[in-house]
Design a protein around this ligand. Sequence first.
Ligand code: NAD
Ligand code: ZN
Length: 352
Amino acid sequence: MKGFAMMCIGKTAWINKERPIIGPFDALVEPLALAPCTSDIHTVYSGAIGERTNMILGHEAVGRVVEVGSEVRDFKKGDRVVVPAITPEWRTTAIQEGVPAQHSEGMLTGWKFSNIKDGVFGEFFHVNDADMNLAILPESISLEQGLMMCDMMTTGFHGVEMANVQFGSTVAVIGIGPVGLMAVAGAALRGAGRIFAVGSRPTCVKIAKEYGATDIVNYKQGSIVTQILEATKNHGVDHVIIAGGDNSVLGDAVTMLKPGGVIGNINYFGEGDSLPIPRLAWGCGMAHKYIHSGLCPGGRVRMERMIALVKYGRVDPAKMVTHRLSGLEGVEKGLEMMHSKDADVIKPITII
Ligand code: NAD
Ligand code: ZN
């Protein structure tokens, strides 16, 4: 079968591989729609997770089940499914430690596609533990909506969960690419009062406002800390969700946060050995400024909950789809678009 792969850091190509073989709990799925993620760009071009060779890329897919293993109960050939970017091994004891995305094979290993095994940018892909990881895509939900759930929505919403957004509280979302836009939408759903969206591109700013941003802060027009402190009369914000930016944004987030406030980081820091935290702004380590960080939750129940939010009209993640390509070949162009990131690109997708 054909797939679009990372050959080594900095190099991509189409390759041919054997069709994956499934075990008794697994499923073989063919893609119906695919999207590249900014993390694919970090993986290929910054080598952010280290060297990978001949690995098919991609972890955002909706698809159709082609084959299921003998122990799979709830899915059958022909089912249309949302495939989460994170597919933990649910039958491991480490799962009981409470963080399924980070389990026994080591940190981040719930993230399998395009990290520790071939991803979804192929004619077929392998899904481990199908009953625990797949979710049926209802007829009423479009492929585009389904595709935006498997990573963008679950990640942005996880930033909101980790930042513990409360009714009426003030939130800053740093970075309003697709993940940050979903964080804005999630913060609004959680009942935030004032929501600062930190970004610059008009396409993203427009959607941030539609999703509930009350204030836009342009990081290209001066320090975001100064702008947010001025706007809040030096009080700062209760929660910061970091969904973009370089290694300096963690320090910015700590500085603009009120004592007692919480940072939810979902950003992928792709470079350097350490991240600076400003000592004084962090109260010399004693300011009760909390930093939470994590990988997006995956698995079936999480996807079914994302589906429920869309099905019952709480949010429409498909607003973020700016470019539509066609065929499996479309993933190459989509990845290129994510790499060069022209001002009008939020999320390119390809319909197979
Ligand atoms: P994106 O690149 O489309 O969006 C980030 C935005 O931040 C860009 O528009 C960029 O211009 C902007 N930006 C850059 N510097 C900034 C600054 N100083 N202040 C504010 N904004 C700034 O990326 P995305 O697809 O929205 O993903 C966001 C991050 O989340 C990426 O690092 C991605 O790899 C990561 N990610 C994490 C998970 C997870 O599970 N934790 C999942 C998916 C993506
Ligand atoms: Zn991703």
